[in-house]
Design a protein. Structure first.
Length: 94
C-alpha cells in the first residue's frame, strides 16, 4: 500500500485515503475549481450533488464503491467536507 501511495503522490500530489468495510479509496486534493463549485452546490443546499462532484473529481484509485454506492458516498461526507473546508483566519488591526 505504501508503494501505491508513493506512486499516486508523485502523480497527483497529496493523497487522502478513505477506508470503510475493508474498502479503500485514494483521493487527490481538490483543485480550486472543484472547491469553488462544491461550495456553490453546498450553499444552494445540494449536498448530495456536492459530495458526488468532489468524490468524482478527486478519486484517483481504489474501490469505486466510494463513488458509485450511496452508502459509501454518504459515509464519506465528513471527510469530503473536510477536503473543501476553509482555514480559520484571524485578523488584527494596528
Amino acid at each position: 500500500m505504501d508503494e501505491k501511495i508513493e506512486r499516486l503522490k508523485k502523480e497527483h500530489g497529496e493523497i487522502i485515503v478513505l477506508e470503510a468495510d475493508g474498502k479503500v479509496a485514494y483521493l487527490k486534493k481538490p483543485t480550486r475549481q472543484v472547491v469553488s463549485y462544491a461550495l456553490t452546490l453546498q450553499q444552494k443546499g445540494n449536498t448530495l450533488e456536492m459530495l458526488e462532484h468532489v468524490m468524482k473529481s478527486c478519486f484517483v484509485d481504489g474501490d469505486r464503491c466510494f463513488v458509485d454506492d450511496i452508502e459509501f458516498l454518504l459515509g464519506s461526507a465528513e471527510a469530503i467536507n473536510e477536503l473543501v473546508s476553509v482555514k480559520q483566519v484571524s485578523i488584527k488591526k494596528y
